[in-house]
Ligand binder design. Structure first.
Ligand code: PEP
Ligand code: MG
Length: 316
């Protein structure tokens, strides 16, 4: 029965009553594209560009090398959406030539957009390569920055995009609680939000994502995390802009329904999860998803939130 349900799961992501929720793929480079196409991804919601920087520990990749890699991914989704994240170096993704070696708390140090603002040449090369790679393609390019903390960060990133002549939408990832709390202010500078729930959980609960001993607090069903998702989605709606999720949370089919109920406008995940999320979302109406979301937020812990949402969706 499960197989049949999955086989029937094709086409764009939507609830039972037709509320569209584009299902996008998280990719780490051109080699992940075939699996995304196979799963019927409607585009790429998170292109992690770090892989390009792993070959050489002393230098950034050349503009030509970057243009080639970006073009391969962009060409795979004609007319589709591709959301590229600029380099997210530091903390769990250190790069020798960019990441300070002597930080006492790398997760709270110079990482993500902070690294790029300290190395504007690296950001400029990446944005120029993206501008060149997308030239003449019908793809709908969106470019976002990791670890945006406030409006000044969002403005600095948008300015860099404009200076590089990038014709794309510019967005901010919401990975720090301050960004969720002040999402409307950030949206004065950028055109969309994308929730990185892995880091957002880490920073909300002061629980290192690499430390197994605190994994209980990394559970994306935590109601406090759901509250921050709701704040971000509501801010985007008020500004007439979109707010997706590209962290691991989107790959849990039940949680995907709850995120939809919270007002999230697209879900991006590892390609293997797309058919499961598509099939589950298709079973429930938007109103059911909203009720499940409200029940989850009213809970006091992650397990209770999961059971509460499950109970609403199974009609108990
Ligand atoms: C996240 O933090 O949720 C995210 C999508 O980015 P990464 O996992 O690459 O840090
Ligand atoms: Mg992150």
């Amino acid at each position: 029965a499960r197989k049949a349900a999955l086989a029937a799961s094709t086409g764009p992501g939507a609830t039972a009553d037709g509320h569209k929720v584009p299902l996008l793929a998280n990719v780490g480079g051109p080699s992940d594209v075939p699996a995304a196409l196979e799963a019927g991804a409607e585009g790429v919601g998170l292109f992690r560009t770090e892989f390009l920087f792993l070959d050489d520990s002393k230098n950034a990749p050349s503009e030509e090398k970057q243009v080639e890699a970006y073009r391969q991914v962009l060409e795979a989704f004609p007319e589709g959406r591709v959301v590229v994240r600029v380099l997210d170096a530091g903390a769990d993704k250190p790069l020798d030539f960019l990441t300070p070696a002597d930080e006492p708390n790398p997760a709270l140090g110079v990482r993500g957009l902070r690294t790029l603002l300290d190395h504007p040449d690296v950001l400029r090369t990446q944005l120029t390569a993206l501008a060149k790679a997308s030239e003449g393609l019908p793809v709908y390019l969106e470019v976002m920055a990791p670890m945006v903390a406030d409006r000044a960060d969002a403005r600095a990133f948008a300015d860099a995009c404009r200076e590089a002549g990038l014709r794309a939408k510019f967005g901010a990832m919401v990975e720090i609680p301050s960004a969720a709390l002040r999402a409307r202010s950030i949206l004065q500078e950028v055109e969309f939000l994308s929730l990185g729930t892995n880091d957002l959980a880490q920073y909300t609960f002061a629980a290192d994502r690499q430390v197994g001993a605190v994994s209980r607090l990394q559970d994306p069903w935590q109601p406090a995390l759901l509250d921050l998702v709701a704040l971000s989605a509501e801010a985007a709606k008020a500004e007439g802009k979109s707010c997706g999720v590209c962290g691991e949370a989107a790959s849990d089919p039940l949680l995907a329904c709850v995120l939809t109920g919270l007002g999230v406008t697209s879900l991006s995940m590892g390609s293997a999860s797309i058919p499961y999320v598509r099939a589950t979302l298709a079973k429930y109406t938007l109103a059911q998803c909203e009720r499940a979301a409200a029940a989850a937020r009213a809970a006091d812990g992650a397990d209770e939130a999961r059971s509460a949402a499950q109970a609403v969706l199974s009609g108990e």
